[in-house]
Ligand binder design. Structure first.
Ligand SMILES: [Zn+2]
Length: 98
């Protein structure tokens, strides 16, 4: 079996990197309006900093303005996972009302 790289959707390292960059403000903490998927072209991934090579899927995220982010498929998934989790954590805790 050939591997397209060390990345894996459930890679905890990728998830912790995504979380770290979210906290540092280097990644937007919301789901982007537009995501374009295509073949990688060697751009550095916004999460893991490794280039997205041609054998991998490149996710290009439009962050508004002229800012776009390049991400691996698995890094994008990890980032979105942490976005949703972060949004849930930072929202005021809702207690069940009786
Ligand atoms: Zn990546």
């Amino acid at each position: 079996m050939t591997s397209s790289g060390p990345l894996h959707p459930d890679n905890p390292r990728i998830r912790s990197l995504a979380r770290m960059k979210l906290r540092a403000g280097r990644l937007p903490a919301h789901v982007p309006a537009q995501v374009i998927a295509g073949p990688g072209d060697g751009q550095a991934c916004a999460v893991c900093d490794a280039p997205v090579v041609r054998t991998e899927v490149l996710y290009e995220v439009d962050c508004g303005g002229s800012r776009t982010l390049a991400l691996h498929l698995s890094c994008h998934d990890a980032w979105q996972f942490e976005c949703r989790r972060g949004a849930r954590e930072s929202s005021p805790k809702r207690r069940p009302t009786r």
